[in-house]
Design a protein around this ligand. Structure first.
Ligand code: ADP
Length: 586
């Protein structure tokens, strides 16, 4: 047994002996194979519970790391939360049967977010979630983590998943993260299509299926994948707002979801376990965040620190935002406290679902301190879609700035907690917290159209000599979102000429598969129909007939595919032109 673990056992021995019921714990340990039936029997024959506990600990001290981990897991499963916490810090890492990096690999493959840079542990909550997750070991069901905006639900969900025992024992099929947020039906379809796509890709099998075109089809595909290919995988649905969304995932699988709305799971079937996240951190944890941001010892914090934490009732989001501000301006403790107290930022959100004055204030405060020109640049981020992560290059096009300059600005935003960075990825990807995006949209409500126009114009300017190619870091972004920005900018002519073009269809299908394209025609159908509803339906027809071929690699010859369309179709007409062109030049 590792030294740390050993000393931890010795330190906690007295409390453990007082509290544990060895017979329950030993069941788990025997099934983990770290305790033999004989050993168990010998301990069971001790006359009292306490004697049994003494004997079990004695034996444990002579065993290896695996036994310690199994003991710990058993405590978690039996909901000895406080006691498990005592042992948690000294859990041996290196000797678990699954090496540390592979847990990390599974999580990042599943898209589970990393810890925030400044992070404080909430062991009791994490254990409560883990303990519920263990209940999904034998049968499917739901674990709901609910609580107020910014209370740390997503961070908590990710943290709970970061656990060898869970992964090995309960979710050997992996853990898959899906950010949901506020969605309408077409968005939901795309999310599920993407999830299916991701799951199929990791199977390494060439998928020969048609892209599901409707929500029902997508749901069936997901059901098949989860039941047959990924049994005993965990799906984490982050930030669910709507019970219709949840119904789409009511497939008899294992799901952890985070939401502000506790009653959502009323409408789904199966076992449901709930964990409430109290809206605030306790005072000392809040202080710890401030100390970490400002690089101060806990007892070296000024007296305002406690008042700040109290003022925002320990909201992790607000404390973090203010911590980030203080990191930059360490002498502003009294100032930020006053700002919070006076609530001097006018409430921007009218019908707020957040009940949070402090949130708006903290957010506004963070933006307030930016230099004027950077505040303008930050405003440009209003047009990003929720949960979409962009490489710096997109912003370099949007802002028309040198990459190095963009890098510095983004770093400033990240340091101020105004922006988040996913450094798993090379190049890094940047994204806004959904509350920040809500805030920006609310604040710039009247300028949305012109902000989207700016995006389209900057793109056209930058790529005037030809569209980006797959070598460009920002290529995927533009191919995916150009139509979205055009539609929001009311630039309808631009939208028609893109979406009524076989070239565009071919490019987008090659880079992203047909799902996004089909979704574009559904989503912007009403706009396109104003120009020409026949052409719109011809393109859509083409996609739904050729969808499965467009998914295959090597990528098929789109002109050939298009030539099999009816001769009255615009798709056919464009293909014919191209075929003649090629015949002419080749
Ligand atoms: P929710 O999902 O409840 O809206 P998040 O989990 O996204 O909240 O957390 C909001 C912010 O609060 C995070 O971006 C982070 O800055 C901060 N935060 C949350 N939990 C912690 C934690 N355990 N330690 C440090 N900061 C945290």
């Amino acid at each position: 047994l590792e030294e740390g673990a050993r000393s931890c056992l010795l330190r906690s021995r007295h409390r453990l002996e007082q509290d544990i019921k060895p017979s329950y714990l030993m069941d788990h340990m025997v099934s983990d194979g770290v305790l033999t039936v004989d050993e168990e029997e010998r301990i069971r024959t001790q006359p009292t519970r306490k004697d049994q506990a003494v004997a079990l600990l004695e034996l444990l001290l002579r065993k290896d790391n695996r036994a310690y981990i199994s003991f710990y897991n058993a405590m978690v499963k039996e909901a000895y939360n406080d006691l498990a916490n005592l042992l948690h810090r000294d859990l041996p890492r290196s000797s678990t049967s699954m090496p540390f990096y592979s847990l990390q690999a599974v999580l990042s493959e599943g898209g589970v977010p990393q810890r925030p840079v400044v992070f404080v542990s909430r062991p009791e909550l994490v254990n409560r979630v883990r303990e519920k997750l263990y209940r999904l070991q034998k049968e499917p069901g739901w674990v709901t983590v609910f609580g107020m905006a910014g209370s740390g639900k997503s961070v908590l969900a990710a943290e709970a998943a970061r656990h060898h025992g869970l992964l090995e024992e309960c979710f050997p099929g992996g853990i898959h993260w899906l950010s949901i947020g506020q969605l309408d039906k077409p968005d939901l379809l795309v999310k599920i299509q993407l999830l299916c796509f991701r799951l199929e890709q990791s199977l390494d099998s060439q998928s020969l299926h048609r892209t599901p075109n409707t929500l029902d089809e997508a749901k069936e595909r997901l059901r098949f994948l989860m039941l047959r290919r990924y049994p005993r995988a965990l799906l984490i649905l982050d930030d669910i707002w709507d019970s219709t969304v949840l119904k789409a995932f009511d497939l008899h699988c294992r799901i952890l979801l985070t939401t502000r709305n506790r009653s959502l799971t009323n409408s789904v079937s199966g076992a449901i376990y709930e964990v409430e996240v109290e809206s605030g951190l306790d005072e000392n944890k809040g202080m710890e965040i401030l100390a970490l941001y400002t690089n101060t010892k806990l007892h070296g914090l000024p007296e305002e620190a406690r008042s700040i934490v109290r003022e925002c009732k320990g909201s992790p989001l607000v404390v973090s935002l203010i911590g980030a501000l203080l990191k930059e301006k360490p002498n502003r403790w009294p100032y930020y406290l006053r700002q919070l107290q006076q609530k001097q930022f006018k409430r921007i959100r009218k019908s707020s679902s957040y009940d949070y004055d402090a949130l708006d204030q903290a957010m506004a405060a963070s933006i307030e301190v930016l230099p004027d020109e950077h505040r303008e640049l930050y405003k440009d981020l209003t047009v990003l879609e929720k949960d979409i992560r962009v490489p710096a290059k997109v912003l370099s096009v949007l802002w028309e700035l040198e990459p190095e300059e963009v890098e510095d600005i983004l770093e400033e935003f990240v340091n101020k907690s105004l922006l988040f960075v996913d450094s798993h990825n090379k190049p890094y990807l940047y994204y806004l917290h959904d509350l920040q995006l809500d805030f920006l949209v609310e604040q710039n409500r009247t300028q949305l159209e012109s902000l989207h126009k700016k995006v389209v114009h900057q793109y056209q300017q930058h790529y005037r000599d030809g569209p980006p190619t797959s070598g460009d870091e920002d290529c995927l972004y533009w191919i995916r979102f150009l139509t979205y920005h055009m539609a929001k900018a009311n630039l309808f002519q631009e939208l028609y000429s893109l979406m009524f073009s076989l070239d565009w269809v071919s490019t987008k299908a090659q880079l992203m598969g047909p799902a996004f394209l089909i979704n574009d025609y559904v989503e912007y159908g009403p706009i396109l129909d104003k120009e020409n509803c026949e052409v719109r339906s011809q393109f859509q027809e083409f996609l739904s007939l050729s969808g499965h071929q467009l998914e295959q690699r090597p990528f098929p010859d789109v002109v050939q595919l298009a030539l099999s369309q009816p001769h009255t179709s615009e798709v056919y007409r464009q293909a014919l032109l191209q075929a003649r062109d090629q015949a002419g030049t080749g």
